[in-house]
Design a protein around this ligand. Structure first.
Ligand SMILES: Cc1ncc(C[n+]2csc(CCOP(=O)(O)OP(=O)(O)O)c2C)c(N)n1
Ligand SMILES: [Mg+2]
Length: 671
């Protein structure tokens, strides 16, 4: 390599202070840096031959991956980025599996479903990045939280580039870690560029380590090219954090010696910078130092290199010999969700009349009693009991460890939920209002939804969504945004309309190891009452309930729509309708829909959200495709206006589908 050759003198350009580190450790540090360097050199050749798709080089940054990984115990989680091959090789992930991963083969970690370093492995306690960079910082918080709650005295290390520190996730994750005293080492690899953007266009403080102060966090600057410094300083910090949990911010100064990825080149990087940093090559300098100190002989070095080269070639051959993946639709669909063996727990005969809100609260409380590893997180949910008082009294029963007030940072909290799940716990995240989920949207649709499909890691997270209009609360406290999620494969969406369903479906949502969006309509909270079994019980997903039976028309709806439809039918007792309450939208009970429509020949779908792109459209399409011959009229959709939800009552009434439903229903009956 050009940069490898730059250091020709027999004197190291980096000053190492090995203190009391013995030769064995020093040699291990060296061998562990040499391996990713040599793997990369091979990858660059393969890239040129078109044998791998993309390569993000960590050449010149190996000391950071290796030093940090060696400083941690192997049970401690590391969350690396795209330039941290050294984390994987130091944890001894078999090279053939890495090669298979990069070639998109089945023996990789994602069965050809994601590329490069976008994977994790529980076997090696590594949690890889998603492309969006920042989200894993909050995931590290969740893993660290689990280690605190389980008294494990473990550290979690998470990486970001300096570019990634500009993302909101970075700020949210550091803040949460600091407020919650989580044992996370936040490692910034400041390599001078984020793609083509130099640091002075990325941030406007002297050192990124300075940011630590603002979060009330100790921070350090470490020479990222000096492996002895990285290893000994991180070892010391990790030891201290294990004893006294707290986050630490470390800025590693280093340099990206190659392009952002190989295809993008380095034309925008001044040549002089390249030359200067080449002199500080972490591998070559350490080699020279070890030889200078007589810790490593030329012969030993040659043997080491030969061994690594053989290992690379043998493992590469294994990966080449592996067959290409044969696409199979069933395999793909089967890997969307972690298998969930639904356990029916029957309701007891003793009941209480409960409001919708009380049923949710009781269901949540009983799940907290059953699942000792369940943690609830949300704004103002602890002593204050949440803005709707659903968690009132929970702190007294379950304590602040499990009922956690959060700062206002939806992304980091969803990410922390993911982290808890990675560490084997369960999480319920309360959105204060469903509208605010947009601030936590990215981790839900990109992390939680895709994780099991990508690398078999489920997201055992329920997001509670107090939603809906009819309470004159305006555009940002009234939305019912289920359509954002029903269209994202990998998420389950639950939307009860009655206290009985709300309680039983929440229990199932929490039992299910997959991510569930649980919508609870605010207008129903205090207006709908029902006899609800006192004890814990579950209800299955994917089963609509047939609330009324009739031969003239099928009404399909959910949430507040169910009550609007009931009202219309009460007013018009002569209308003979099947009324289907969907209860869950993902999975969707298509059987119940088709059976009813085949009987009645007419279908009307009522949806509170505005029309375009909502689930009513998909249900309509499904009916057309599956029941066309049974239809006596076009399928009708009734939804709210194609505008945001207005505040003032008369405007809100005009906006809502409720006011139009009865008319359209009658028109359909007369068709
Ligand atoms: C949310 C998001 N925006 C943009 C990108 C495109 N992108 C990928 S890596 C990268 C640069 C990252 O820079 P830095 O964090 O400094 O890491 P480095 O590549 O230097 O290691 C960019 C812009 C992305 N992956 N995700
Ligand atoms: Mg960078």
């Amino acid at each position: 390599m050009k940069n490898d050759k730059m250091l020709t003198s027999s004197k190291s350009n980096i000053t190492y202070d090995k203190k009391n580190l013995d030769s064995k450790i020093l040699l291990q540090l060296y061998a562990n840096m040499l391996k990713p360097r040599m793997v990369e050199e091979k990858m660059l050749i393969l890239l040129r031959q078109g044998k791998i798709s993309k390569w993000f080089s960590g050449i010149g940054q190996e000391a950071i991956s290796v030093g940090v990984t060696m400083a941690l115990n192997k049970e401690e989680y590391i969350l690396p980025m795209h330039r941290n091959l050294g984390v994987f090789t130091t944890r001894k992930v078999p090279l053939n599996r890495l090669f298979s991963q990069w070639q998109g083969k089945a023996n990789g970690f994602t069965k050809g479903r994601d590329r490069s370093f976008h994977f994790g492995t529980q076997e090696y306690n590594i949690v890889g990045m998603i492309s969006h960079l920042g989200p894993q910082l909050g995931v590290a918080d969740g893993i660290a939280l689990a280690s605190v709650l389980k008294h494990k005295n473990q550290v979690t290390a998470v990486f970001t580039g300096e570019g990634g520190t500009s993302e909101g996730d970075f700020h949210e994750a550091l803040n949460v870690a600091s407020v919650w005293h989580l044992p996370v080492i936040f490692c910034i690899e400041n390599n001078g560029y984020g793609l083509s953007t130099p640091t002075d266009e990325q941030y406007n403080c002297k050192d990124l380590a300075d940011r630590g102060k603002g979060y009330g966090m100790e921070s350090f600057i470490i020479d990222g090219n000096n492996v002895v410094d990285v290893y000994s300083k991180i070892s010391k910090l990790a030891e201290s954090i294990r004893k006294r949990p707290r986050p630490i911010l470390v800025e590693f100064k280093t340099f990206r010696m190659r392009g952002h990825e190989e295809a993008s080149g380095t034309k925008y990087v001044p040549e002089q910078l390249m030359t200067e940093w080449a002199k500080k090559d972490p591998v070559r300098n350490f080699e020279v130092y070890l030889k200078e100190q007589k810790i490593l002989t030329e012969k030993e070095d040659t043997i080491l290199r030969d061994n690594i080269l053989n290992e690379i070639n043998e493992n590469l051959q294994l990966a080449y010999d592996e067959e290409e993946i044969t696409p199979n639709v069933t395999n793909e669909l089967n890997d969307l969700f972690k298998p969930f063996n639904y356990q029916e727990v029957n309701p007891s005969s003793k009941t209480n009349e409960l409001r919708f809100i009380d049923a949710i609260s009781e269901g949540l409380k009983q799940s907290m009693q059953r699942h000792k590893d369940l943690v609830i997180m949300g704004q103002d949910i602890a002593e204050y009991g949440g803005v709707f008082k659903i968690t009132e009294g929970f702190v007294e029963e379950f304590g602040n460890d499990r009922v956690r007030n959060t700062p206002i940072c939806e992304s980091a909290i969803v990410e922390a939920g993911m982290g808890l799940s990675i560490a084997g716990m369960k999480a319920v995240v309360e959105m204060q209002f469903a509208d605010f989920v947009s601030s936590g949207f990215n981790p839900i649709v990109n992390y939680l939804a895709k994780s099991y499909y990508r690398w078999n890691q489920n997201a055992d997270v329920v997001v509670r969504m107090p939603c809906g209009a009819g309470v004159a609360a305006g555009p940002f406290h009234s939305q019912t945004n289920e359509a954002w999620f029903t269209k994202t494969p990998g998420l389950k969406v639950v939307y009860p309309a009655f206290p009985y369903d709300a309680k039983g479906l929440l229990a199932t949502a929490i039992n299910d190891p997959n991510p569930v969006l649980y919508f609870e309509h605010k207008a129903l909270y205090r207006s709908i009452r029902q006899d609800v079994p006192k004890d814990y019980y579950t209800l299955p997903f994917g089963k609509a309930s047939l609330l009324k039976e009739g031969n003239a028309v099928t009404i399909i709806t959910y949430g507040a729509g169910v009550h609007w439809a009931l009202e219309a039918l009460d007013k018009n007792p002569d209308i003979q309708a099947d009324l289907l309450d969907l209860r869950t939208l993902q999975p969707l009970d298509t059987e119940a829909i088709f059976n009813s429509v085949r009987k009645t020949g007419k279908a009307i779908i009522l949806q509170e959200d505005s029309l375009f792109g909502g689930i009513a459209s998909d249900i309509s399409a499904l009916i057309m495709e599956e029941c066309f011959e049974a239809l006596d009229a076009p399928v009708k959709r009734v939804a709210s206006l194609e505008t945001p939800i207005p505040f003032v009552k008369q405007l809100e009434d005009q906006y809502l589908a409720k006011g139009r439903f009865e008319t359209v229903l009658k028109e359909l009956l007369e068709y």
